[in-house]
Ligand binder design. Structure first.
Ligand SMILES: Nc1ncnc2c1ncn2[C@@H]1O[C@H](COP(=O)(O)OP(=O)(O)O)[C@@H](O)[C@H]1O
Ligand SMILES: [Mg+2]
Length: 374
């Protein structure tokens, strides 16, 4: 038996969990300032008052979600009076869906799927809060998804003015935004901005050295010693920095180790890493595509198909083709196109020509998009 071959029941993973997307690491450094600011903002909530509202803003992979998850875990260990509720707006992005999740967290079950009005759900939530005298702290993660659906104002209005309809209810909001271009002062209307005056907490990108330290910790925790040599670790760090997103780096280690296992090797080599990177670098694309609704997927599929013939497409022309297979009006079509642009899947540009034309191009290889659409 060759020494560097894995036996069939052996593995390179000491703990595969640490490479999962929702894993909350024990060790969490470099974000002390942001954690302290968040803790300050929520303090009134610990004394029965309304927590101050916050916005956490920073590029993907800068530790925003993890910071809030850590804070929420601490709150849950400390008190029953302040109830933190985490909402992933990529998944729940309508007012009704969000309040259903809040109701579920408070009561232990979802409201009946059909025949329940928003008001009934809200009434039930308010009754629970008033009876238990509890305060709510809602995290709206990836809240930019509420903008594409025009739900932002409706959600914030209901949450932040709840005390008007239901005296005694107290709700604070932490909003997470990964899109540096989103201008909330323009997105939020006057009725909301009069009650929503958030402090903004900025999450800067990690430095090269910080990325290296974080990746080092994760590898030591997740893999057995010796399977990733120093030079291969350097390569992983380099690729992570190139992608600009820690999530890509963490996914990359997982896939590289799986590739080595498939070869029954105890050592991850360059080829394992390069092949893994070809998949991991599309992490953003895959997770964005997964979050789309069927109608949106159809439009994207059609765009990808057409861009194989012509990489720059005129929005009006594209619509004519989409309409042949999908019965939607131009307004809805254009809303979807704007959403895909905001999600960084496509580019939407205005060109001066005969009138103002709108030109669409894809940000990814069309065949790759079609593959992800399944
Ligand atoms: N300071 C840190 N220490 C350890 N792991 C981190 C740190 N910051 C981020 N991570 C890891 O990087 C990944 C992305 O972090 P996340 O909180 O999801 O970022 P964001 O929400 O800003 O996109 C997660 O797997 C997380 O565990
Ligand atoms: Mg996040």
């Amino acid at each position: 038996m060759k020494k560097n071959l894995l036996m069939w029941d052996e593995t390179l993973f000491r703990d595969p969990e640490v490479f999962e997307i929702d894993y909350v690491p024990e060790q969490f450094n470099h974000r002390e300032t942001q954690m302290r600011e968040l803790a300050f903002q929520i303090q009134p909530g610990l004394r029965g008052g309304r927590p101050l509202n916050s916005i956490c803003r920073g590029l993907p992979g800068t530790g925003k979600t993890t910071s809030v998850r850590k804070l929420f875990a601490e709150i849950e260990e400390t008190t029953k009076k302040l109830i933190p509720i985490y909402i992933n707006c990529q998944i729940d992005n309508t007012k009704f869906a969000i309040f259903s999740q809040i109701y579920r967290k408070l009561s232990g079950h979802l409201p009946p799927a059909s025949g329940t009005s928003f008001k009934q759900v809200f009434d039930a939530i308010a009754r629970l809060l008033q009876k238990e005298e509890t305060v709510l702290l809602i995290c709206l993660d990836d809240a930019n998804y509420l903008l594409y659906e025009n739900e932002m104002n409706r959600v914030l209005y209901s949450l932040l003015r709840s005390h008007e309809a239901y005296p005694g209810t107290r709700i604070g909001v932490i909003m997470i935004i990964s899109d540096m271009d989103v201008d909330l002062s323009r997105a939020v209307d006057a009725r909301v901005s009069s009650v929503f005056r958030p402090s903004e907490i900025y999450f800067p990108p990690y430095s090269g050295e910080e990325v290296r330290t974080i990746m080092r910790e994760r590898v030591m925790q997740g893999l057995y010693p010796g399977c990733l040599s120093d030079s291969m670790f350097d390569l992983v760090v380099e690729q992570t920095q190139k992608s600009g997103d820690l999530r890509v780096g963490i996914d990359l280690v997982k896939r590289a180790a799986l590739n080595a296992e498939r070869r029954a090797s105890r050592n991850i080599d360059r080829e394992d890493i390069c092949r893994a990177y070809d998949v991991s670098k599309y992490l953003h694309l895959s997770s964005s595509v997964k979050s789309l609704k069927e109608e949106e997927k159809s439009v994207l599929r059609s765009l990808a198909g057409q861009s194989m013939k012509d990489s720059e497409m005129n929005a009006g022309e594209v619509y004519k083709t989409v309409k042949e297979t999908l019965p939607i009006g131009y307004t809805r079509f254009y809303e979807i196109v704007k959403k895909l642009d905001a999600m960084r899947l496509i580019n939407l540009e205005y060109r001066d020509g005969r009138g103002r034309t709108r030109v669409i191009s894809l940000r990814y290889d069309p065949s790759r998009i079609i593959e992800d659409l399944g």
